[in-house]
Design a protein around this ligand. Structure first.
Ligand SMILES: Nc1nc2c(ncn2[C@@H]2O[C@H](COP(=O)(O)OP(=O)(O)O)[C@@H](O)[C@H]2O)c(=O)[nH]1
Ligand SMILES: [Mg+2]
Length: 309
């Protein structure tokens, strides 16, 4: 079931760049042109120049040690090297008492959608979940989360537009404790990573739960829009300067992104990817599985015509 979802989501990604990779591996001799082509394909797939160079060097070395001469023979080496670029998913760390998660990221990355999906994910495990609408800047943001809360039949703690997001987080943390609920998910407002005051405010918002639950927040998840590529990675880096991000949610992996940006998350941000957004419905959030991600991207696809959408 999970594999099927991943397959569907990554099929567009594969059409964009990774599809060429499986063709290349299927047909070529290991000539200098092959390595150049492999390099160009990986860069186009948004792996970034540094990772591509390291990867090619590693695979080339292994290929010569093993005496490989054809593209199909290096498939497992390439797959192992790609997997080596990802950190294991550390999502299931045990927590005493309610689990508090803050969702952060730039505007439009998919935070509010992710907050709702996380609530659904935990609810389906039989856990009692509360949502906090700490994006008080735009009335529409609170409204958006309230609609999700209504649909998912979840309690939502919200403030009036323009009110202090810290106060909403405080009330929500208090609510989760007094109700004896299991999970609190806090949606925050999207902010420009370059805007110092807003980032300092986010820092404050993330500290508020500590007043009631000293170990909270247990997770600060950074939502990264997979379509923003290398630019998204540098925006993400700015967040790490202000808050202690514990993991990345790679959203919009189903759209025609180049798909390789996930391989930069470990090397550039030193973070695991914990969830992937693979569609527009509330169910379209999957636990990120590095092995499935790599194997799906390398699997030959039926339709490898480039996607120009
Ligand atoms: N296709 C697709 N769209 C997504 C995904 N996650 C979010 N979106 C869309 O991205 C847009 C922005 O999402 P939103 O949660 O409002 O972003 P926020 O500004 O960070 O809170 C919305 O139209 C969402 O439906 C995903 O995994 N796949
Ligand atoms: Mg939002």
């Amino acid at each position: 079931m999970v594999n099927r979802n991943w397959q569907d989501a990554l099929s567009r990604t594969k059409r964009a760049a990774f599809g060429r990779l499986s063709n290349l591996l299927g047909t070529s001799e290991l000539t200098p042109e092959f390595w150049n082509e492999l390099e160009a394909t990986l860069i186009q797939a948004d792996l970034g120049v540094k990772i591509t160079m390291d990867l090619i060097q590693e695979v080339k070395k292994k290929a010569s040690e093993e005496g490989h001469t054809r593209g199909d023979q290096i498939q497992s080496e390439l797959s192992a090297s790609l997997l080596g670029q990802l950190l294991p998913n550390n999502l299931h760390s045990p927590v005493q008492g309610p689990l508090v998660i803050v969702v952060v990221g730039v505007n439009g990355s998919g935070k509010t959608t992710t907050a709702a999906r996380l609530a659904n994910y935990y609810k389906k495990q039989g856990l009692e979940c509360i949502l906090a609408a700490a994006d008080t800047y735009r009335a529409a943001a609170t409204e958006q989360l309230a609609i999700w809360a209504d649909r998912l039949e979840l309690e939502i703690i919200k403030g009036i537009p323009g009110s202090d997001p810290g106060a909403v987080v405080y009330d929500a943390t208090q609510a989760v404790v007094s109700r004896g609920a299991d999970v609190l998910i806090i949606d925050t407002s999207g902010r420009m990573h370059t805007h110092h005051n807003l980032m300092a405010e986010l820092q404050k918002v993330c500290r508020v739960p500590k007043k009631i639950i000293p170990e909270a927040p247990h997770q600060i998840l950074l939502v990264l829009d997979a379509t923003t590529g290398q630019n998204g990675i540098s925006q993400a880096r700015a967040f790490l300067e202000f808050v202690e991000v514990s993991g990345v949610v790679l959203a919009k992996l189903d759209t025609s992104s180049k798909g390789g940006v996930g391989f930069n998350v470990a090397s550039e941000l030193n973070l695991p990817i914990v969830f992937a957004g693979i569609g527009e419905s509330v169910e379209h959030l999957v636990e990120f599985n590095p092995a499935v991600y790599v194997s799906e991207l390398l699997k030959p696809s039926k339709d490898t015509t480039p996607d120009h959408n």
